[in-house]
Design a protein. Structure first.
Ligand code: DC
Length: 337
């Protein structure tokens, strides 16, 4: 079961206003989430003590939402609370992996500004700067999608490795692109990356794929294709995207932009620990040299390199814990929404 939240406000305590407010709120929740009647388990409203003229559960029934159990209760008065406010929880029987969208209308938008409209967070930086760990935590906290764009380039690289095409060979890569089939899907909130219909989410993490991804992502034809997919996803829902060129090229208008960086030896150590945990034994010095080499390749490529957007907030994570990085980013986001 999942719960979809929503809230709205009315201007005056009048029957008509309550009926229309409830209708707008439920209509928006159902259409935005593509909900079917039979997926609804129940709808619970709460209302502030200044609303007396009509019962929101009754309003829902009047508007055709009589297919689910309806209930309403009164909220305690809170000093400084939003007046004339109707909140709702729609309980639905849908897969836990489905990303549900909450709806905040009228003055209630200020209750959860982060949920009331589509916004994107760009998180750029070199390998091992902590982007993906931080992005996953933030996506969960804000109930938005995490799009790991590096995984898409890694899937392209895996294709080249499998087809014996050198990732630097621009002609070979161009041909590969004609029949390249890369997709991302979300299961239980986690991104799964598919290559030719196969879930390659783990295989793309192999160290040889990392280097190949750095080479293949330098080709403009590859980037154009991947960026197009990333923009389509980011347009549909609020997302946090991590990558190298999100704030500069993919989403130059992203509402929030952060650039994470850290000393290369520290980043190499993080990757080393991560690979060890995955059961991959690698030589630390070699890994460090590869990270330095990847940084150079990623930032020196001609087309859409790794770059810190002018308006991005730079965070050096060398001496910071993940919790500290998350808290810092959240403090900027809270100021901005
Ligand atoms: O973040 P990562 O290590 O999974 O990325 C793998 C490679 O893909 C990296 O060397 C650079 C490239 N990349 C890119 O060029 N642009 C992005 N938006 C994301 C990754």
């Amino acid at each position: 079961m999942q719960i979809i939240r929503g809230a709205t406000t009315i201007k005056k305590d009048e029957k008509n206003q309550i009926v229309y407010a409830v209708k707008d709120l439920l209509d928006e929740i159902f259409s935005l989430n593509n909900l079917k009647k039979e997926e609804t388990i129940g709808i619970v409203f709460s209302l502030t003590t200044d609303i007396h003229s009509f019962h929101p559960a009754k309003a829902a029934r009047v508007c055709g939402y009589d297919f689910a159990p309806l209930f309403a209760c009164v909220e305690p008065d809170i000093v400084g609370g939003l007046p004339l406010c109707i909140r709702v929880m729609v309980m639905v029987e849908v897969s836990p992996s489905r990303l549900v969208k909450h709806v905040y209308l009228e003055d209630a938008k200020m209750l959860r500004a982060d949920l009331s409209s589509i916004y994107n967070i760009a998180l750029d930086g070199p390998a091992g700067s902590g982007k993906s760990t931080v992005a996953k935590i933030l996506a969960k906290e804000y109930n938005i999608l995490y799009l790991d764009t590096g995984a898409m380039y890694r899937a392209c690289a895996l294709k080249a490795v499998r087809e014996n095409v050198a990732p630097q060979d621009s002609e070979g890569v161009k041909k590969l692109l004609e029949y390249l089939d890369v997709k991302v899907e979300y299961l239980d909130g986690a991104q799964h990356t598919y290559l030719d219909g196969e879930d390659v989410s783990d295989k793309i993490r192999a160290n040889e794929v990392s280097m190949a991804a750095s080479h293949i992502s330098a080709h403009p034809c590859v980037r154009i294709k991947m960026v197009e997919m990333q923009r389509v996803i980011a347009k549909q829902m609020s997302c946090i995207l991590d990558g190298r060129d999100i704030g500069s090229t993919v989403l130059p208008d992203a509402k929030f932009k952060f650039y994470l960086t850290a000393d290369s030896a520290i980043r190499a150590k993080r990757r080393y620990d991560e690979l060890l945990e995955r059961g991959q034994n690698v030589d630390f010095d070699k890994l460090h040299a590869e990270i330095v080499q990847r940084d150079k390749q990623d930032s020196e490529r001609e087309f859409s390199p790794l770059v810190c957007a002018n308006d991005a907030i730079v965070i050096d994570t060398s001496e910071m814990s993940i919790d500290e990085v998350v808290a810092k980013i959240k403090s900027y986001i809270q100021q901005g929404i």
